[in-house]
Design a protein around this ligand. Structure first.
Ligand SMILES: *Cc1c(COP(=O)(O)O)cnc(C)c1O
Length: 386
């Protein structure tokens, strides 16, 4: 009998430890990890820098509340600003949804204070995913996330098919547009660069805000610190979370403007010593990984292997999609999605699903050549049985 709520679909596998991209369950079985806890374990399991940061910090102080200065929080915020190469103000919280909640509140305050008539509506994209809280659920552009059982929902969100449609639906109530540059849950779908650039220009001209939800695609996942840097845009607000502290709960809402006043927003746990000191260690490691060229090599290795899979299994795969180490393989037949996922588990390789027809890969960003090779060869065995 379970004492847990029944809200997850869980595989009957219980992991007990890991190292790098290998993770071991309570029966001693070893899995290759191409999922990284949904993009969270950016440096893999039991990474030395992460372990040291946690051990050292927990021997000193874990938490003080935000009633006092938290020096690692200040340093992590400065680091984010340095990596974005512009002055930014960061609010730390504990998850992606919370980071987006903060972004929504910032946008609403901005919309109240900067226009004669209050602007509050936020436009999002179909198939997006922005979180599970009441506001971020409504921001999520998928009707299946808005069932009647949870109604009534929060006002002030509208979603549209594509960027052109967003642009033509900006009206006097619109204060911001929130987009994932690469949709993570709705199929690995990178937005077109020229459309995003055009959207950014239109919003800038109207003094409206562009919010990029980089909870999944941010923090070096696509090769740069922020995916917006690859797109050549400077969003007014960026949200990060998943990979930002290598497995410790964290979220960050990063804004070019200092909009909140004391009391406007807060979090008990947000930005505490544990999370932000770990995040600093993770950011330093990832920055070095990128600067040394190692990240680019891992990305090209992984891409090549996935291209090879598309070549080897033309009857199963339509194409490879994605950027950096946020990759997808689109299936020709959506019915195969769960079969391949389950079969991969059987052959001890962890992958993810995305949308209705895409296999998703979010491996640790420092994944070793030998682990890529072994995982792909296991995946081939799983595919041979389809
Ligand atoms: C995972 C995710 C979220 C929600 O993050 P939580 O930490 O689960 O609240 C929001 N936006 C995107 C793009 C995500 O991938």
């Amino acid at each position: 009998m379970s004492f847990l709520m029944n809200n997850y679909v869980r595989a009957d596998i219980a992991f007990v430890r890991g190292k790098g991209a290998r993770v071991i369950d309570d029966k001693g079985r070893e899995f290759i990890d191409f999922a990284a806890g949904i993009g969270v374990n950016s440096l893999g399991h039991a990474n030395k820098a992460v372990v040291n940061a946690i051990c050292e910090q927990s021997g000193k102080i874990l938490h003080s509340s935000n009633l006092y200065r938290i020096l690692p929080q200040e340093r992590a915020a400065q680091k984010i600003s340095e990596l974005l190469k512009r002055h930014t103000y960061t609010f730390f919280c504990n998850s992606g949804a919370e980071a987006n909640e903060a972004a929504i509140k910032l946008a609403r305050k901005y919309g109240t204070e900067n226009f004669k008539e209050k602007k509050y509506e936020i436009l999002t994209l179909k198939n997006s995913f922005h979180g599970r809280t009441m506001a971020t659920l409504k921001a999520t552009g998928q009707d299946k996330f808005h069932p009647d059982i949870f109604a009534p929902y929060i006002d002030g969100f509208k979603f549209f098919d594509d960027i052109d449609e967003i642009i033509s639906n900006i009206d006097e109530k619109t204060v911001a547009v929130m987009i994932e540059l690469i949709q993570g849950e709705g199929g690995i779908k990178p937005l077109e660069v020229d459309k995003v650039v055009k959207l950014a220009e239109v919003l800038k001209e109207k003094n409206l805000l562009l919010i990029t939800d980089e909870v999944q695609c941010g923090v070096y996942r696509t090769g740069a610190f922020a995916t917006s840097q690859i797109y050549g845009i400077t969003p007014d607000i960026i949200t990060f979370a998943k990979g930002l502290a290598g497995g410790v709960a964290i979220g960050a809402c990063v804004c070019d403007k200092d909009i909140f006043a004391p009391g406007d927003h807060g979090s008990t746990f947000g930005g505490n010593f544990l999370a932000t000191n770990t995040s600093l260690a993770v950011l330093n490691e990832l920055e070095n990984l990128q600067k040394s060229g190692k990240l680019a090599r891992r990305i090209s290795r992984f891409e090549k292997k996935l291209n090879k899979l598309v070549e080897l299994y033309p009857e199963i795969f339509e194409k490879r999609v994605g950027l950096g180490l946020m990759q997808g393989l689109v299936l020709k037949d959506a019915n195969n999605l769960s079969k391949i996922y389950t079969n991969a588990l059987k052959h001890r390789v962890l992958i993810l699903k995305s949308g209705t027809e895409t296999l998703r890969f979010l491996p640790p960003l420092n994944i070793k050549k030998s682990d890529i090779k072994e995982g792909i060869s296991r995946l081939c065995k799983a595919l041979d049985e389809i």
